[in-house]
Design a protein around this ligand. Sequence first.
Ligand code: 5GP
Length: 121
Amino acid sequence: MYDQNNIFAKILRGEIPCKKLHENEHALAFHDINPQMPVHILVIPKGPYTNLEEFNAGATLEEMGGFMKLVAEAASMAGVNETGYRLVANNGADAHQEVPHFHVHIFGGRRIAGRMIKAQD
Ligand code: 5GP
């Protein structure tokens, strides 16, 4: 069940501010409030989807396409499209998803130490 009071829902309603990078009809890209890398962008769909399962079940192909297009455009606008970047979606409890509104992180701006993300116990 989607929580209408989660922090990203409040950002989408304009109730709390964000440092917006880019948006289109279906998605919004903004800077993470606690950046883990020189470039740390969050991209969220504008629809009420808790996770990828809800996004897959409820979003139209136009919403899905608009979301993915914004991920690519945000990476380009953040200046990491040529140097490279890592996309991460923490999805659900086992992945420690904190905000219950589906989102993708764009990490970049420096060389990431490990070639692969390692799952740590
Ligand atoms: P998760 O662990 O759910 O994948 O990541 C949630 C992300 O949202 C975290 O990186 C956190 O720093 C970010 N975040 C949490 N609250 C806010 C906020 O109010 N504004 C912005 N811009 N980012 C937030």
